[in-house]
Design a protein around this ligand. Sequence first.
Ligand code: ATP
Ligand code: MG
Length: 587
Amino acid sequence: MMENTPTNKELYQKDKWIKPFLKKYKGLLYLALVLGFLTFFSAGALMFNSGYLISRAASLPENILMIYIPIVLTRAFGISRPVFRYIERLVSHNWVLKMTSDLRLKLYLVLEKDAIFFKSKYQTGDILGLLSEDINHLQNLYLRTVFPTVIAWLLYIFIIIGLGLFSWWFGLCMLLMLGVVIFLLPLISVLVNGARQEKQKVSKNELYKTLTDNILGVSDWVFSQRGQEFVHSYEKEEAKLRQLDEQIKRFNRFRDFVLQVAFGVITIAILAWASVRFPGNHGGAANWIAAFTLTVFPLIDAFAPLPDAAQETNIYKDSIKRLNDLPELEENQVVTKEISITDAEIKISDVSFSYAGTTKQVLENIELTIHTKEKLAILGRSGSGKSTLATLIRGDLQPDKGSITLGGLPTYEFGDQITKSIGVIHQAPYLFRTTILNNVRIGREEASEEEVWQVLDKVGLKEMIEGLPEGLLTMVDEAGLRFSGGERHRLALARILLQDTPVVLLDEPTTGLDPITEQHLLDTFFEALEDKTIIWITHHLQGVHKMDRVIFIEDGQLEMSGSPEELLATNQHYQQLYAIDRGTNHR
Ligand code: ATP
Ligand code: MG
């Protein structure tokens, strides 16, 4: 576990997600930092001036003109501080919004490209939520950690040089004292609490998993009369976690105390130094004492948040890692030219394919032509390469050898425009957590409600949705659980119908349904898709008799091919399968 968690530094160095955008908006970034610096500079200067002014005024200046300049300066800094602060907020938020909108676009493109594989890697939409949450985190990373830290460093350098000009040895003293606040405390925070936070995260996850797992199996605990035992063991784990929480908090309190003490020491040191450096009476050099001392207070605002900010980098680490672990986005991925095809013939010529990094040939020298509006069933055992073939047809993978064309154009070159030509329904269609209307409209954003009702009618869901209290505006809860498997497939079909693609790929769209529902669903599918090319991947024969042609894939090759009637009449293997399928499905 530990060796897999890279250090903060490694992560930020290897980061390929955020850095390019840092470069892109360099100008705004510098402006935000300079403005942040000027805000604190004005605050410090305001106090400095005020300190001088108060002392000077208290010592009864001979002439009001003596304090005229400090009065004007006090006004000027009094105004410039909020103005700089306001502009700084505008600029830094503007910068962050620009960054995050670019990041979101990039995230979208990456996920979109990877959509087919994505499905198999992550079952729910959780990951999407997680990733977009990550981008929110990054927003905070900049606003709450990076900006304040860099600004504090700039101030630090400025103060040290400034003091150094008055007296080199006191400059050196402050270099060390402020260094404790700016570097040492944040560093210790990250080191001490970083490890604890990591541990806290792991054990929280663990606890959560155990709890959900055991709640799902709660009846077994109760039946075996060991419920108490489970509760005890859970409480023990929970107590450990609380202890860890307590440790983190205790450290934070202690650290804040040290921080306040450090500021106290710094203030007294400045007071002492200024008293020695500017000896004299009221009205003389002594006026500077208050000026220097008061300046410390606004600067505390700049330095105090640093340890907390540094500690937060631990939280952002996961986000940065997750984003960087996403697949790379190739430059030429967004196809901008319009692709239109006149016929929908799919031609697969001499195609071989193996997954990158594996030696196994999944497909070998496949030859297949699928005519416009043909109804084709692809059968084969689990792992025989059916889904791989489907992915190649859709152009989401490129064959190692040979070519796959749709209407004469290689499908790999369609990019995201393939969605206009080939629609896909998977084994477990995903429903998004929004209204039914939006879920169907994913097929075609601009479709009217009337059109949506039409396709819902075609897929046999009209009545059911009309019966819902909120009709089309009913929310689909997470992962679409309120819908049965069959209903979910019907909704997916409605999407495809709305999308109106000439070719529809069905990848085992009925797995997990009972034979009767399956047959109904298949009937609906074939009826609704009558004037389209259907490529239907299935592992058993139910419904296959409605197809024009059946092909079998085995060991990466096409084994038999023919119309269902032909195969049933002449092919012994097919006859055997048919017998088995009849036997299991009782139709
Ligand atoms: P099923 O009926 O179970 O869905 P399938 O016929 O669709 O099976 P494929 O998913 O095409 O089979 O897989 C064919 C072979 O390729 C399998 O041996 C599988 O392990 C391998 N394979 C699939 N996807 C990948 C991948 N992303 N990387 C490496 N190998 C893969
Ligand atoms: Mg498959």
